[in-house]
Structures are given as structure tokens and as C-alpha cells.
Design a binder for this molecule. Structure first.
Ligand SMILES: [Zn+2]
Length: 396
């Protein structure tokens, strides 16, 4: 009898723990999965719960930009996501994160193909944005940039549990999240990406080593376990992640420039990493996806993807050169292979444009001054002269 009583007690404790953990999980995130039939062109979904983000998946080749996701307050056009792993078939859209939780929405789908709609609800966690004091003053290349670590931003979400792989970085890969540029709930964006990667995509952890919000806050991404944050191998470079470090800038940079706050944090983080590992910012390194992959590369340098967006991609030569400048000031010797940029700080007029010279004129506040010049920047490797104008100027 005594023996049986003991078992009941154990069972009681077990049930209590199970109920407790089940309750916590239900509060943290909920997943809603619906297959939208191939013959239905317009579908309105009444969701059992509100959702904070949505992704689409199709077994067949599909152009996601044909599809509209319509909420009460906005219309979203999903794009193809640039992250694929070797084991995955089919196509995924980018993750669309709503600025406010949604309880019902409509999908307008002119293509006659079945798609799987996955909605995620992640409990908002906005406390971290309030402490947005970003320290941009960098005195030494060896100063570790200030960041918010995963155990803080993940909060109530389930912790990742897997065997980490250690990798030595040869290439730093820059991404954008392709999400909204207006959503200022940065921590919630990171939490939705984490839940999407771990629950929807069933990856071990969030794909990136670091994420940078538009206001310059750096979020430590993938939980490194016993390794340093920059040494844990991520999941971000089309299934070829060995010897890479993944940094994702939140927002979509297909049509707008990266905010200066985010750019400065990116520059600081990349400078620190290059100094730490003696990486040369103006050289390339061989990688399975590109035999001459720049040490500081964009996702598009190794895969057919729009990531990290035209405007961030075309800023990479400037990033490389600014990192090189910072490293020189810290006493490092810089080898050059990629084009060097001439910096003319505090210049207040546009540079001249000729067949042999190209001027790259921006305000660093994120407003483009000379739109026509942007088209020519695509040929930057043939025209290695750039001028950066750090203060706002009016168009001539
Ligand atoms: Zn990417």
C-alpha cells in the first residue's frame, strides 16, 4: 500500500509540472496552420486566436508576390525568402510580422496552387526597447559592442536545446529580415523570427548570430551554449553555414537605405569581429557558394536571393572601407583586393560624374539625394570612387 501511495504522489507531481509547463507554452506562442486549397482564389480566415506573424509555404514553385494578405489595417505582399537549407523542398515566403495582433484576415490568391498558411502568436515583450541607449562611441576595436542576449529577449519562449557546432569565421554574411520598416517593436520582431525559425521551420534555434534593429540595438541571436556568440554556427547561408557568421539587419532594404543608427551598429560589430579574428575587410575568401566571396559579404553574394536588399547590398563597399579605416586607426595593416573608396567627409556638394568616375552621394540620415546615381552604383567595381556626404544637403 505504501508503495502505491508513493507512486500516486509522484504521478501527482508529474501532472502538476506538466500542466504548469503546458500553461506557460500556451501563453508564449501558438501556431495556427491552414492549407488554402488550390481552387480557392480568395479566402478569409477566422482565426481561433490572434496572430502576430504569418508565413506561406508551397510544395510547388510559386510567385508569392502574386498573393495579397489583407488585414483590417494593411495589405501585405509576401516575397520569397532567401533562406533555404539543403533538406527543404518547396518554397517559403518571408515572415510577415504584423504591427498589431490580428484575429482574421483574407488571402487573395490568383494562382491556382495550394499554399500552407502558418500563423504565429508570440506574446508581446516590449520592455527592452525602452532601454534603447545605444553606445556608438567606440574607442577601441577590441571593445565588445553592447547587446541584448537571448535569455533576456526570449523571456518566456521555450529555450533551444540542441548540440551546438563550433565554427571559425572566414566570411561575415549580411542579411536583412525583409520585414516591415515601420514596426518599432524590435524585440517582438526578434521573438517572432525566433519562433518562426524554431517552431515553423523546425530549426534548432534562430538562424542568425546577431540581429540589429533600426534604432541600433544589437540582439545576440543564436544561443551559443558554451561557445562565444560569434563562434556558434548558424542557419542563414543557404545550407552552407560552416565558417560563416550571420548578421541580420531588421527591415527591408530593397527600396530604402538602412537607418544610420543600424548602420553604425553594424559597422561597430563587424569592426570588432574583424579585429578579434584578424579578418581582412577588403579581401575575399573561398567558400562553396562563391570561390571569391568577400570577407564581408551579402547573402546575395552566395545565393540567388534579394537579401540583403539592393540598398544594403550596395552599401557593403562603404561598410568594408569604413571597417578598414577603423582597423587602420587601431594599428592593423589592411590588405586590399576589393576596391577602396575615397572618403570626403563634410563635403557639401555633389561629386562630378564622368565615364570614369562615379559619385555615390547619400545623406547618412537615410535619405537618398541623387536617385539617378543609384542605378550607376551597380557597376561600382568598375568605378571605384565614392563620395559620402554625412550631413543632409539639398538637391542641386
Ligand atoms: Zn539573407
Amino acid at each position: 500500500m505504501e508503495h502505491n501511495n508513493l507512486n500516486y504522489e509522484k504521478l501527482y507531481v508529474f501532472v502538476c509540472i506538466f500542466l504548469l509547463s503546458a500553461t506557460i507554452q500556451a501563453q508564449s506562442f501558438r501556431i495556427t496552420k491552414t492549407v488554402v486549397n488550390s481552387s480557392i482564389t480568395d479566402t478569409c480566415l477566422s482565426l481561433p486566436d490572434s496572430i502576430t506573424s504569418v508565413s506561406l509555404y508551397s510544395d510547388e514553385a510559386i510567385n508569392f508576390t502574386d498573393i495579397l494578405i489583407i488585414t483590417d489595417s494593411a495589405t501585405y505582399i509576401p516575397h520569397e525568402e532567401g533562406i533555404h537549407t539543403e533538406t527543404e523542398n518547396g518554397m517559403w515566403s518571408e515572415l510577415i510580422i504584423f504591427e498589431h495582433p490580428q484575429t482574421h484576415l483574407c488571402i487573395s490568391k490568383p494562382v491556382h496552387k495550394s499554399i500552407t498558411f502558418t500563423g504565429i502568436y508570440v506574446q508581446p515583450y516590449t520592455e527592452i526597447e525602452k532601454q534603447s541607449a545605444v553606445q556608438l562611441k567606440s574607442s577601441s576595436c577590441s571593445d565588445v559592442p553592447t547587446m541584448i542576449y537571448q535569455d533576456e529577449w526570449r523571456a518566456d519562449l521555450p529555450a533551444p536545446d540542441y548540440e551546438r557546432i563550433y565554427t571559425e569565421t572566414k566570411n561575415i554574411i549580411i542579411h536583412h529580415s525583409a520585414g516591415s520598416n515601420d514596426d518599432a517593436n524590435y524585440t517582438d520582431v526578434v521573438r517572432n523570427i525566433y519562433t518562426y525559425h524554431t517552431e515553423t521551420r523546425e530549426w534548432d534555434d534562430i538562424g542568425y548570430n546577431y540581429l540589429i534593429a533600426q534604432n541600433g540595438i544589437i540582439y545576440a541571436g543564436r544561443d551559443p551554449g558554451e561557445f562565444p556568440q560569434d563562434m556558434v554556427q548558424g542557419a542563414h547561408f543557404s545550407g552552407n553555414n560552416a565558417h560563416t557568421l550571420g548578421i541580420c539587419v531588421l527591415g527591408n532594404y530593397e527600396e530604402v537605405l538602412v537607418p544610420n543608427t543600424a548602420y553604425q551598429s553594424l559597422r561597430k560589430l563587424v569592426t570588432w569581429k574583424c579585429a578579434k579574428d584578424s579578418l581582412q575587410p577588403l579581401l575575399t575568401a573561398s567558400h562553396p557558394l562563391n570561390s571569391k566571396l568577400p570577407i564581408i559579404a551579402g547573402h546575395a553574394d552566395g545565393a540567388a536571393t534579394l537579401c540583403p536588399g539592393n540598398y544594403l547590398y550596395e552599401f557593403l563597399p562603404i561598410l568594408r572601407n569604413e571597417v578598414a579605416d577603423s582597423l587602420r586607426q587601431c594599428g592593423y595593416t589592411i590588405a586590399t583586393d576589393l576596391p577602396e573608396i575615397a572618403f570626403h567627409n563634410q563635403t557639401s556638394k555633389k561629386g562630378s560624374i564622368s565615364d570614369t568616375e562615379l559619385c555615390y552621394v547619400f545623406t547618412i540620415q537615410g535619405q537618398l539625394i541623387a536617385k539617378d546615381i543609384v542605378e550607376k552604383i551597380r557597376h561600382y567595381t568598375e568605378n571605384p570612387l565614392y563620395i559620402i556626404i554625412p550631413q543632409k544637403i539639398t538637391e542641386e
